[in-house]
Design a protein around this ligand. Structure first.
Ligand SMILES: *[C@@H]1O[C@H](CO)[C@@H](O)[C@H](O)[C@H]1NC(C)=O
Ligand SMILES: *[C@@H]1O[C@H](CO)[C@@H](O)[C@H](O)[C@H]1NC(C)=O
Ligand SMILES: *[C@@H]1O[C@H](CO)[C@@H](O)[C@H](O)[C@H]1NC(C)=O
Length: 395
């Protein structure tokens, strides 16, 4: 009895927000996948249970509180490729993942599915995906070239057409391709994730963003075989703070303008990030023959530990007339070491990179006693208080 009373107190004081002003319990409706037949032994396929739980929870009006799809901890749920599609009836939606979601280990088990992604959330507004769980893409056979239905790779977790997405707390491992892909979204925060795959795994970007505006990314730890974060075309106002990256290919704007398309990226702020043993730090990468622009980009307070290309703009320029225009890019407060001799590379097409500013940067070699240099082509702007000296930008 005492335990029961204590439990009541615990509920009263630990979760006052579940009580309305009238003193009536208004707990969020919970849709636990176990109650829909999920087994969670890592062997049986639990996809249908998740689909049923999604159907019910997405159809909940939200009148009793925000519907919450619960994946309990201590269990491993094997899922085939599946889409969780909205719009849902409630104006907001919570997915709480404390257990492990695991992909089929063999691509042939993807059952003829031609999806680009293993798990998809689509057209859901105010979606909050959180928890202490793990999302395991079982990528190793895909990395070795295994195929399903002629498809060579698939990304693990995708969000399409989301408004105000919140994603936090989870651990993402071993995706066949991109771990997290965000496309066609507006608004949102991604925070406190750990993302990891072996340094040798191909195309395993941490977070891949495209056609998305107003996204806040903070406090992530990313170790992969490709870009830690890639910001692709038609994206704007993306802020990245407190990301620790490496091994991996760094934080990349692009590739933009591939196959002659027009891509635009504007208003990217990367600050207080640390790169360790990555192939790039701050990278802007465009293809020749494309069009559009990358502008209004700042990298500030960046710590480098033996990074191969700490600062790099690479337009792959040979002789094509058109290219994505790069302008108004600022690099400030870089501190640390470069693993290659050329710490700063500004390699631009004939239209030139304009208004490139470097100020207060100090990059030295990770090999004691060695000096590092910079290299430019068609770059314009200014460099102050920066080591190595960037001669092409000195007035
Ligand atoms: C896979 O590709 C081969 C050769 O291009 C083609 O003949 C076959 O129909 C494709 N299979 C599927 C399932 O798409
Ligand atoms: C950006 O928009 C252009 C024009 O609408 C389109 O051709 C291009 O494919 C888009 N890029 C991406 C990455 O979606
Ligand atoms: C350059 O970009 C910054 C954001 O990084 C923006 O505030 C500023 O207005 C831009 N300047 C010009 C001349 O476009």
């Amino acid at each position: 009895m005492q335990g029961f009373v204590a439990a009541i107190y615990l509920v009263l004081f630990a979760a006052p927000s579940t009580f309305s002003s009238h003193g009536i319990v208004a707990a969020s409706p919970i849709y636990n996948v176990i109650n829909y037949g999920a087994i969670g032994n890592g062997v049986d396929d639990d996809t249908q249970a998740f689909v049923k739980a999604w159907g019910d929870s997405c159809g909940d009006s939200g009148a009793r509180g925000t519907p919450t799809l619960v994946v309990p901890g201590g269990k491993k749920f094997k899922l085939s490729p599946v889409s969780f599609k909205g719009p849902c009836k409630s104006s907001s939606f919570i997915v709480k993942i404390d257990g492990t979601l695991v992909a089929p280990s063999s691509p042939s088990e993807w059952k003829g599915c031609s999806a680009d992604s293993w798990l998809v959330f689509q057209d859901v507004a105010n979606l909050n995906v959180k928890g202490s769980g793990q999302v395991d893409g079982q990528g190793s056979l895909w990395w070795g070239g295994a195929k399903n239905n002629n498809k060579t790779v698939s990304q693990a977790l995708s969000f399409f057409h989301c408004i105000n997405l919140v994603l936090s707390g989870l651990q993402h491992i071993n995706s066949p391709k991109n771990h997290i892909s965000i496309s066609g979204c507006d608004g949102g925060t991604i925070s406190n994730l750990r993302i990891s795959a072996p340094e040798t795994s191909p195309n395993t970007d941490g977070i891949d963003i495209s056609s998305t505006n107003h996204l806040n990314i903070q406090e992530l730890n990313i170790q992969t075989g490709d870009d830690c974060i890639a910001i692709n075309g038609n994206s704007s106002y993306i802020t990245i703070t407190g990301v620790s990256c490496g091994p991996g290919h760094g934080i990349s704007i692009g590739s933009l303008g591939e196959h002659g398309i027009s891509d635009t990226v504007e208003g990217v702020q990367v600050q207080h990030c640390t790169f360790t043993g990555s192939t790039n730090g701050a990278r802007i990468k465009t293809w020749q023959g494309g069009s559009g622009y990358a502008k209004g980009i700042t990298f500030d307070q960046i710590t480098l530990n033996a990074v191969k290309n700490p600062i790099i703009i690479d337009q792959f320029y040979t002789n094509e007339a058109s290219s994505v225009a790069v302008s108004n890019v600022t690099y400030t407060g870089f501190r640390g070491t470069s693993a290659s001799d050329q710490a700063i590379i500004l390699s631009c097409s004939s239209i030139g990179c304009l208004d490139i500013r470097l100020d207060n940067n100090m990059i030295t070699s990770s090999t004691p006693g060695k000096t590092v240099t910079s290299w430019c082509k068609n770059a314009h702007g200014s460099a102050t208080l920066t080591t190595p000296r960037v001669r092409c930008l000195l007035k």
